[in-house]
Design a protein around this ligand. Structure first.
Ligand SMILES: Cc1cc2nc3c(=O)[nH]c(=O)nc-3n(C[C@H](O)[C@H](O)[C@H](O)COP(=O)(O)OP(=O)(O)OC[C@H]3O[C@@H](n4cnc5c(N)ncnc54)[C@H](O)[C@@H]3O)c2cc1C
Length: 458
């Protein structure tokens, strides 16, 4: 086995040319728990030709390779800078919920009206079934569990917001959500002491995310895709419609390229994706295994996906292995990622929500870069009809479930098929740019301060 290069926590996608070469995984619980990665095709060695190249070996690149092979007979080449699932795919909370981007369903109604919101919602239910089918595939073996998604109000005002959201879901979209009182949440689901009530969505599956990615990789390779790890695309030129993708071990020439690099996209990779998403850091801890007394004191009665309503929200769940996983937004720059204050923020949240766990050991702490779209909606597009270049990005922190459906649609686009719902906002336009691009990080400082005050007092 090749020895990976040490993981660099200070990597920052806004400034780095690529996310490294053959770098080790971030020290996540999932990596510890998943066992060894499946076989791959190693780094590119020598020049090669391919019909389709997918850049990025996370959920999106791997599942797109799987769908291209299974549904279109196209054997793609995946180029991954580091390891299978190295980016956000190995670092998330494993919450597979029904979220297309970051806007709530009431924001869909406000932005596009009830008809488009209803179509988006139906499209999301259809997409969710693509994800569900993947999680139920025995070869993928990602430990799916639970059915539902709990949104916990952190304040009485937030509960009023959930009541309105639930009404809209039920009455306008026909999506049967339920409101739960604080007592019901504490007695039947989870003893979060900050809870002021909750909205329970009927849909949502928890998975072991890295095992999901390993499963995608195994199936894609069995169907003929090649997965080259340790192969960052460091230079991209296009001559007579042929894309020349230079990696350290050789150049890959391809007729079509799918960009699946999400929050790890270098601004230098290609003009069509430069600065189209804002990389935002989120983090996660996993505690040591809890004792039976601690489990009883925290009222962990369910392993459902759980998120609170803060603007700087906490997402958490009680894992089947008797540990708590919880995370939130983190540093603004890569250079600040290791600042102990970010771990402290999560530890303080654990103590507020579950006082019996105050001071508990958190042997796993990691972070990753999410791809936040400037209008909070993802896109699966061929941004320029004259170029055989496609991307699926902008998941805005909700990619576990969405990436399965997005990959199926990206594979359709690359294979030249038209999409049934092509006028929906996730397909009909490229990702928007941001007019104040150079100042975005300054704005982020101000926003985080404002949001944390709002979360405290509203
Ligand atoms: C801490 C955290 C918690 C999260 N929790 C959840 C959750 O619970 N539920 C949810 O739905 N979503 C969650 N997300 C978001 C989710 O993980 C992502 O949306 C999803 O993993 C994106 O998958 P992807 O394949 O598109 O991108 P990634 O997994 O980020 O993969 C991109 C890959 O591209 C590679 N790459 C980049 N540039 C190059 C290049 N030049 N050459 C070759 N390779 C390159 C990178 O090495 C990387 O492996 C979370 C994210 C984080 C950071």
């Amino acid at each position: 086995m090749r020895t990976p290069r040490p993981y660099d926590p200070t990597y920052d996608p806004l400034y780095a040319k690529s996310p490294g070469t053959a770098t080790d995984y971030s020290p996540t619980y999932w990596r510890f728990h998943a066992g060894e990665p499946p076989a791959d095709d190693g780094p590119v060695s020598g020049d090669i030709e391919a019909d389709v190249v997918l850049i990025g070996g996370g959920f999106t690149g791997l599942a797109t390779a799987l769908f291209l092979a299974r549904e279109h007979g196209i054997k793609a080449v995946v180029l991954e800078a580091n390891q299978i699932g190295w980016g956000c795919t190995s670092r998330n909370g494993g919450q597979g919920h029904l979220a297309w981007g970051r806007l709530s369903r009431s924001q869909w109604v406000q932005k596009w009206g009830a008809d488009v919101a209803r179509r988006l919602h139906n499209n999301s239910l259809e997409g969710y079934e693509v994800f569900r089918a993947m999680t139920e595939d025995a070869e993928i073996d990602c430990e799916p569990h639970g059915e539902g998604n709990l949104l916990i109000a952190h304040s009485p005002k937030a509960m009023a917001g959930l009541e309105a959201e639930s009404r809209l879901c039920n009455e306008i979209l026909g999506y049967r959500t339920r409101l739960l009182t604080r007592d019901t949440v504490l007695n039947e689901y989870i003893g979060d002491q900050e809870c002021q009530g909750a909205m329970l969505e009927p849909v949502g599956i928890a998975v072991q995310p890295l095992k999901l990615a390993y499963g995608y990789a195994r199936v894609a390779r069995r169907l003929g895709a090649r997965i080259h790890t340790g192969s960052p695309v460091q230079n991209w030129t296009t001559v007579d419609r042929v894309h020349h993708l230079r990696t350290p071990g050789g150049t890959v020439r391809a007729k079509a390229v799918g960009i699946c690099t999400a929050g790890y996209t270098s601004p230098n990779l290609h003009k069509l994706t430069a600065y189209k998403v804002m990389p935002i850091m989120a983090n996660s801890v996993v505690t040591r295994e809890l004792t039976d007394d601690e489990i009883a004191a925290c009222g962990f009665r369910s392993t459902l996906l759980t998120t609170d309503t803060r603007k700087l929200r906490y997402y958490y769940r009680y894992l089947p292995e008797k540990r708590l996983q919880i995370g939130t937004r983190s540093a603004i720059t890569g250079g600040d990622a290791d600042n102990p204050k970010h771990l402290r923020v999560v530890q303080e949240a654990i103590a507020r929500k579950f006082p019996a766990l105050e001071g508990i050991e958190t042997p796993f702490f990691w972070h990753g870069w999410m791809d936040i779209s400037h209008d909070m909606m993802p896109r699966i597009v061929q941004p320029d009809p004259k170029q055989q270049v496609f991307y699926s990005q902008g998941y805005s922190g909700n990619g576990v479930s969405f990436s399965a459906y997005a990959s199926k649609q990206l594979a359709n686009l690359i294979a030249g098929k038209s999409l049934a719902d092509s006028d929906l906002p996730i397909f009909s336009s490229p990702l928007p740019s941001h007019p104040l691009r150079p100042l975005r990080r300054l704005g982020q400082h101000a926003l985080y301060t404002y949001f944390s005050l709002r979360d405290k007092f509203a």
